[in-house]
Design a protein around this ligand. Structure first.
Ligand SMILES: Nc1ncnc2c1ncn2[C@@H]1O[C@H](COP(=O)(O)OP(=O)(O)OP(=O)(O)O)[C@@H](O)[C@H]1O
Length: 836
């Protein structure tokens, strides 16, 4: 399968205007192969650059492979000169902004004095309205001691609750500094109770902000907010309540280092889906967090001026994404015309459509996308994902009446199905309103707030004070809200973009990707070049009946038909791809077992759709629905075959016997431990494929096979009922009785389907094709395209697949290779008897 990675390329000239691109290429393509296209995409007409860097590391384009570190999803490439990196030396001290309106900053102190203040000229700028332009200074002495001095600030500086005077005061590791509404924690590497910084790190100097963050600030048009730096020091040891809900700075470090806390919360975790909104300044040195448990609250609202509520929403979404794996959390954003504020979410793996949604990312920045997301969420109400919750950001009106109605329904019924809304209620004033008035104004702007079990209201003179209201909110004192900047969010989300679930200790799973628009079955089978040798190798490997149906979001969609306890039914309307899927299933089975070990019977209810598979050497009978005499003979032969099997096997279950007894020979004594094996004859698996069953049960008036269709149906019913134990399986398009596994084709695009086993999770997949003549090279050429975040919620671009009018189909290639493989395999062995 080709690999898709998203990169940001900083080209010539102004490094602040990077271009996000998507590269599709076969795995392990060297950067060299796409460098020219990358340059031309960033600046039309320009050639491949002489030197290329990934952040501060120079790359050799012939050696650096796409998809391998550092060229992973979310990486930033710079042409001609490196981006300034964090440096490699250990850092003596770190300053973490752990709470407040501009939280999340991680500043690495290397020595000398660092001035903190609201001014853009401060060494550590803090976007907090209650902080003075130049507020206080931290000094790091050569012996590692840290001191703080207040520089005449209006609101003063508190060190562990006590006012800091003008003269320098020593700061012990772990101390909390309070400036305005911001709380900062100082961590020194030398302090015995602190773990050493994990390095590499950057100095807290203005020049350091020319790195990714400086660039990110420029492109986001954000204020000169606090600049997160990293990867960096280990987080400080905190109070239990604080560490239970990590502060934004600790969260950023966790994401940058893929630390042990990353994705620590599955659905069963006691703190799953509980988010921290801010902290209460209580006793000196203690910061009790204010939290909301989404499962209890249902939905969460944020009310207040836009700048403040978007900052808190970023912090809430980052916590959810940092602590919960994509297998436990799906994120969706409905923010019409607000791509600029929320496109950073697109880097998070939690927004990839893992349940077959027809879009590139679960984002909605226009009314059409909002309508599509609302439809998908409404469908989820009826069929919730077991063990996975969905959090939906709702920012503004969706711009579509049906989407509006769907959101109202989701607010009421969603929580019971694991769907929680995060509703932004924007008030017009920049602040200064009391809690009640802020809430009233927000309710007018966002009526959905009324359905939220908890609403965090940001009020006070500069709207940094947070109060929880609503039945499920932890009623408590006014807290300082935790908000993070757009640059912080961008850095955080990029750090998670390439992370696979196994990093966090979960069972290994390939990265979740969107479903492709088409899938070549032979690629999904890893038989891109189908040769007799490759087939013989596969045949020797398999014992059951492994079926590969196509490509899912996490690799091939597959099941073992040997394990199935009833027929497999393929449902879908005309033209959805049922016949093609049956052909793919026949091909998939033929690739799994040699003809001696598996017989396929193809039965047409109407038409001749299965004919391309008749060439497979496994096919012992191909029955059209036009000749009553042949149809009756077939029904009779199938019934007799069932009887023969029952007589041969006696009490023995075919499945168990075959597992013990090799490829084609069943053993009477299979169930008896240690008993001598008794050979009872050649008995291959028998799989009957029917297209379609409904046309046989109610044949069209005047259909030539009509008089005999009933006898075929009765024989098939017997096979479905009694064949199970006898090594007989039935696969049919249509409503076959007793179906245990269902495949539902939606047909949008053709071959798009869901696998629905009787028990277990539903898997969305794109069915594999075998009868088309697809130029195989078309999937192998690397392509580079500009990423337009506003369009990320659209269905993936469907390039019409050019089908060549000549040349063999994949099923023909497979049939020819299988025939040659069987012939070679057979030298010296008796030919198999034709069963039916
Ligand atoms: N897996 C697939 N990938 C891409 N295209 C497909 C796929 N399956 C089917 N198609 C396209 O859809 C068309 C209809 O497919 P198919 O004949 O299998 O549908 P059907 O459900 O059997 O419909 P009908 O019963 O009307 O024949 C095919 O001609 C093919 O172009």
């Amino acid at each position: 399968m080709p690999l898709h990675i998203r990169l940001t390329v900083l080209g010539h000239g102004d490094a602040a205007t990077g271009v996000d691109v998507e590269v599709a290429a076969p795995a392990d393509t060297p950067l060299d192969a796409v460098l020219g296209s990358l340059a031309a995409t960033v600046a039309p007409g320009s050639a491949a650059p002489g030197s290329v860097y990934c952040e501060d590391q120079r790359l050799d384009p012939r050696q650096a492979l796409l998809g391998r570190p550092p060229l992973v999803d979310g990486a930033v490439l710079a042409f001609h000169r490196p981006l300034e990196g964090p440096g490699r030396e250990p850092v003596p001290a770190t300053l973490l902004v752990v709470s407040g309106p501009d939280a999340g900053g991680v500043h690495l102190l290397r020595g000398g004095e660092a001035r903190i203040g609201r001014s853009a000229d401060a060494d550590i700028p803090l976007n907090d309205p209650d902080v003075s332009r130049v507020h206080c200074a931290l000094a790091l002495a050569p012996d590692g001691t840290v001191t703080v001095t207040d520089l005449g600030s209006t609101n003063g500086t508190l060190l562990n609750g006590a006012p800091v005077r003008r003269g320098p005061q020593p700061v012990r590791s772990g101390s909390l500094l309070r400036l305005g509404e911001s709380v900062l924690r100082v961590v020194t590497a030398g302090a015995p109770e602190q773990p050493p910084p994990a390095a590499p790190a950057a100095p807290a100097e203005r020049s350091a902000r020319r790195g990714l963050t400086g660039w990110a600030l420029g492109r986001l048009g954000g204020q000169e907010a606090d600049a997160p730096q990293g990867p960096a020091a280990a987080p400080p040891r905190a109070e239990p309540a604080e560490s239970r809900w990590p502060d934004p700075a600790t969260l950023l470090l966790t994401a940058l280092d893929a630390g042990p806390r990353l994705w620590e919360r599955s659905a069963a975790h006691p703190d799953a889906f509980t988010v921290r909104l801010g902290t209460v300044q209580q006793a000196p040195g203690v910061l009790p967090p204010v939290t909301v448990a989404l499962p209890r609250a249902g939905s969460l609202g944020l009310a207040g001026p836009r700048e403040r509520i978007t900052g808190v929403a970023r912090s809430v979404l980052a916590q959810l994404a940092g602590l919960h794996p994509p297998s436990a959390l799906q994120l969706v954003a409905l923010a019409v015309d607000r791509a600029r504020d929320w496109s950073w979410l697109g880097w998070l793996p939690h927004l990839r459509p893992a349940a077959g949604q027809d879009c590139r990312l679960l984002l909605a920045f226009d009314p059409r996308q909002a309508a599509a997301r609302a439809r998908e969420l409404t469908e989820l109400l009826a069929r919730p994902h077991p063990g996975r919750r969905t959090v939906v950001l709702v920012d503004g009106d969706p711009g579509d009446a049906q989407a509006r109605a769907a959101l109202t329904r989701l607010a009421a019924e969603g929580p019971a199905a694991g769907i929680h809304l995060l509703v932004l209620g924007e008030t017009p004033q920049p602040g200064g309103l009391p809690v009640g008035q802020t809430l009233a104004a927000a309710n007018v702007a966002a009526p959905l707030l009324r359905s939220c079990g908890a609403v965090a209201v940001l009020s006070g003179p500069v709207a940094t004070a947070l109060r929880l209201t609503g039945p499920a909110g932890d009623a408590g004192p006014t807290a300082g809200a935790d908000a993070v900047s757009p640059a912080w969010a961008e850095r955080f989300a990029r750090a998670l973009a390439p992370v696979g679930e196994e990093v966090a200790g979960a069972p290994p799973a390939p990265a979740v990707t969107a479903l492709p628009e088409t899938c070549r079955l032979l690629d999904a089978l890893e038989l891109s070049r189908v040769t007799p040798t490759a087939l013989r190798e596969r045949w020797s490997r398999h014992s059951g009946l492994p079926l590969v149906l196509g490509t899912g979001t996490q690799g091939p969609a597959a099941l073992d038909l040997a394990e199935a306890r009833g027929p497999l039914a393929v449902d879908g309307g005309a033209g959805t791809g049922r016949t093609e899927l049956l052909c793919a299933l026949a091909a998939s089975l033929a690739a799994a077992q040699e003809p001696d070990a598996l017989s396929l019977l193809l039965v047409e209810g109407s038409g001749e759709g299965l004919r391309p598979c008749a060439e497979l050497p496994h096919v012992t009978s191909y029955l059209g629905a036009t000749d009553p005499v042949r149809m009756r003979a077939f029904a009779q032969a199938l019934r007799e075959e069932l009887k023969r099997r029952a007589a041969l096997l006696g009490e023995v279950d075919f499945t168990a016997a075959r597992r013990r007894g090799g490829r084609v020979v069943a053993l009477r004594s299979a169930a008896e431990e240690g008993a001598p094996a008794a050979e009872i004859g050649a008995l291959p698996w028998l799989v009957v494929l029917v297209d379609d069953y409904d046309a046989l049960t109610s044949p069209a008036l005047g259909a030539p096979g009509r008089p005999a269709a009933g006898s075929v149906v009765r024989a098939l019913e017997t096979a479905a009922r009694e064949g199970q134990r006898l090594g007989v399986r039935l696969i049919a398009a249509g409503d076959v009785p007793g179906a245990e596994i269902r495949v539902a084709l939606s047909g949008r695009p053709p071959g798009r389907a869901e696998l629905r086993p009787a028990s277990g999770a539903v898997t969305a997949f794109q069915a594999g094709r075998v009868t088309a003549r697809i130029p195989r090279t078309s999937t192998l050429r690397p392509t580079v395209s500009r990423l337009d975040w506003a369009r990320a919620g659209d269905p993936p671009a469907r390039r019409p697949v050019r089908e060549l009018g000549n040349g063999p189909t994949d099923v023909a290639l497979l049939a020819s290779a299988a025939a040659r493989a069987a012939r070679t395999d057979h030298a010296g062995r008796a030919a198999t008897a034709t069963l039916v």
